[in-house]
Design a protein. Structure first.
Ligand SMILES: [Zn+2]
Length: 238
């Protein structure tokens, strides 16, 4: 989380807004993602109205193109998370009927507008939005997030890497993408770094986390502790 935040700080000029996610919620999301394998999960999240971003943190991570009022809940830390669906990359975005069965469902889209922010997982695939993801995001009042996990044993989901886009990794310093050669990736796979071992026994090699608005703009994610301070706060350049 410290290296992720230091990367968020270094790339702050690429973002027009930021969102603060508590580390303990993040940890829970990773665990849920592994428990649901091989499915993707869809998680709804609301803001904690009592916990605005700490102004000194907001200031520190603010880029020169910062814009206020970009999305619902902007300026507030994410509160609790709730799993609302699981399925494949298409069906995960379509909630079961008991979630959408009200008179507003048709006007609120496939997710019925229950939450401010949404996150879904990409098991053994990069955290980059698909077309279905972009469609689902059109109804999101806050931001959409994707949690990409690379783990082994891979089971039925070998790592899928043939996607273009910007990745944000947790636990490793930013580095150039390895060349996209099958041979290279085969050998690369044998030497994967292990970030940690999940209670499920899966070795976690890579965690990616991104947030974006429905117009495609990236939102900078800051992982914060119980005091609302980023992990690695004291180590950031002044
Ligand atoms: Zn997706």
């Amino acid at each position: 989380m410290e290296t992720y935040n230091s990367d968020s700080f270094a790339t702050r000029e690429s973002y027009t807004a930021q969102i603060h996610l508590p580390g303990k919620v993040f940890e829970q999301l990773v665990w849920w993602a592994l428990q649901a394998l091989p499915d993707e999960i869809l998680v709804g999240m609301d803001i904690d109205a009592n916990t605005p971003h700490r102004p000194e943190v907001e200031e520190k991570f603010m880029g020169s193109e910062h814009t206020s009022g970009l999305f619902q809940g902007q300026g507030f830390t994410i509160g609790e998370a709730h799993i609302v669906n699981r399925g494949d990359s298409y069906s995960v975005h379509h909630l079961p009927e008991d979630w959408t069965d009200d008179m507003f469902s048709t006007s609120r889209g496939s997710r019925a507008g229950r939450f401010t922010h949404w996150l879904h997982t990409h098991p053994n695939a990069p955290a980059i939005p698909s077309h279905a993801d972009a469609d689902a995001a059109q109804e999101t009042p806050g931001v959409d997030m994707i949690l990409g996990l690379r783990f082994s044993p891979e089971g039925p989901l070998p790592w899928f890497d043939d996607v273009d886009g910007v990745r944000r990794r947790v636990g490793v310093e930013a580095q150039p993408e390895p060349a996209k050669s099958r041979k290279r990736s085969f050998f690369f796979r044998q030497n994967l770094k292990v970030l940690g071992v999940a209670p499920s026994g899966h070795k976690i090699h890579e965690i990616q986390l991104i947030a974006f608005r429905k117009n495609g703009l990236g939102i900078n994610v800051i992982l914060v502790d119980d005091d609302g301070l980023p992990y690695g706060w004291n180590a950031l350049p002044s």
